[in-house]
Design a protein around this ligand. Structure first.
Ligand code: PA5
Length: 462
């Protein structure tokens, strides 16, 4: 199981001004947390609650279809190209980056066990799209178009470009190179997929984009590159079981949610840094940033009061960012709670050769890179404590599908609990929708004429 160590957020270690009396707080919030966990589990099957993500580890049917499709297309494609943005891309990106061999796309076919390379086109920079299209052999590329709303302009425009190119290259057969993941009713993509006859995976109702990593949104790209889906679902299920525990003393998601909430509201720590000491977990930080920001950054609380709340998430990676952000974290404003992610056992033990023995770097010889990254993480944590800066450490026994799934699921539950503590709607995103609507208006989508007029008059005054 994952471990959560919160000692360095406690007043005993970092002092009264910045630390919390955690045992006392856990006891103070015991009943609140019990109620929140019981309530989330009670509401999770009810339509309209947006809690279906809590059931994804158990969706046998989707898991079966995903595995079946992956085995059906095995050996047919050299590349998987995922078109999607935000929650439709970040989960797949985070998990594949963590679990595939590093530099996967640069390995030979043999080194990849005949499995395809994978690319996520999650932006609309014309140069980078063009650059990627220039290196992919589209005949050997399976395009997975992912959009929950079935209309997002970024993803749909990419799809339109790819559809045209595939058709030019493959004639009528192009349909075999497209697989769609979308909502069953909403949006245009489902209608198009039906008309065109694409293989389609459905994102279940009441699963928001940023909570969709364990639906076909994330599972399909994972399965297509050979990631063991059973290992992923076992991780989710075991973590889910652990997090059903209503006792805060036994529930790491509740502990970390409460610590973040109290650090924000009592100690002014309005920034939440996610800093894995692992390059493979780098995109977990990107995924967390979206999850935390879109879920908790809200204008109104559930009672309609204007609150404008939400801790700001920041991504970092250790040891790299020790040489960029840590100066600020140690000596700048004491307004952050830093989450370290540690890996107990890396796949590789990399020795540093015993050379240059009589020079200033001789002390490194005979040690391992593993010793070094662990020493860096320990010393950063201790230095931050010396400066009275709170930190949390989440430890993964190793990086595999089981533990990465546990980590992501734990962070999802933590976010849901934090949302309850803030008394906000964790699962909506009116701020994102507003900008999407303005884009539709600017690009001339029908039905958005009034917004276009408003927008043009606002832009004229800028
Ligand atoms: O979490 C969310 O809801 C958003 O970030 C969406 O994932 C993102 O806007 C993409 O939306 P869609 O999947 O509808 O294309």
């Amino acid at each position: 199981m994952l471990e959560l160590n919160y000692r360095n957020a406690d007043a005993v270690v970092i002092g009264e001004e910045n630390g919390l009396h955690l045992e006392e707080e856990f006891n103070n919030y015991k009943d609140t947390i019990t109620h929140i966990i019981a309530d989330l589990n009670k509401r999770k099957d009810k339509p309209g609650q947006w809690l279906q993500w809590m059931n994804l580890g158990y969706s046998e049917e989707t898991i079966w279809y995903v595995k079946e499709f992956a085995s059906m297309v095995e050996g047919r494609f050299e590349n998987i190209l995922v078109l999607g943005i935000g929650g439709s891309a970040l989960g797949g990106l985070a998990v594949t980056e963590a679990l595939l061999k590093p530099y996967w796309n640069l390995l030979t076919k043999e080194e990849r066990n005949n499995l395809p390379r994978i690319f996520f086109l999650d932006n609309i920079d014309p140069d980078s799209i063009n650059g990627l299209l220039g290196i992919l052999d589209l005949k050997k590329t399976l395009v997975n178009v992912i959009t929950k709303s079935g209309s997002t302009a970024e993803t749909m425009s990419q799809y339109m470009i790819l559809k045209n190119l595939l058709e030019q290259e493959l004639g009528d057969d192009y349909r075999k190179n497209i697989v769609v993941t979308t909502d069953k009713n909403v949006g245009i993509l489902k209608q198009l997929a039906d008309q065109e006859g694409y293989k389609t995976f459905i994102i279940p109702d009441d699963v928001g984009g940023r909570f969709s990593v364990f639906s076909a949104v994330g599972l399909l790209p994972m399965a297509l590159v050979g990631i063991d889906i059973d290992e992923i679902t076992n991780g989710i299920k075991d973590m889910d079981l652990a997090l059903k525990n209503i006792d805060i003393h036994q529930n790491i998601a509740a502990q970390n949610a409460l610590i973040h909430y109290l650090m924000d509201t009592k100690k002014g720590k309005k920034l939440s840094v996610m800093m894995p000491y692992s390059s493979r977990l780098k995109y977990v930080s990107d995924w967390y940033v979206q999850l935390w920001a879109e879920s908790l950054g809200k204008e109104f609380d559930r009672n309609g009061n204007k609150v404008n709340i939400g801790p700001t998430p920041i991504k970092a990676v250790g040891a790299t960012d020790q040489h960029s952000q840590i100066q600020l974290y140690n000596e700048g404003p004491n307004d952050k709670l830093i989450n370290f992610i540690r890996v107990k056992e890396f796949d590789t033990v990399l020795e540093i050769p015993k050379i240059f023995e009589y020079t200033g770097i001789g002390y490194l010889g005979g040690k391992t890179i593993n010793d070094l990254i662990n020493a860096e993480a320990d010393s950063t944590k201790v230095t931050l404590a010396d400066y009275s800066r709170p930190t949390i450490t989440i430890t993964l026994p190793k990086i595999n599908g089981y533990y990465v799934a546990q980590l992501l699921y734990m962070l999802e539950v933590q976010t849901a609990i934090a949302g309850e503590l803030y008394n906000i709607d964790t699962f909506n995103q009116p701020g994102v929708e507003q900008a999407k609507n303005y884009t539709y208006a600017l690009m001339g989508r029908s039905g958005y004429e009034d917004s276009a007029k408003q927008l043009q008059s606002k832009m004229a005054t800028l």
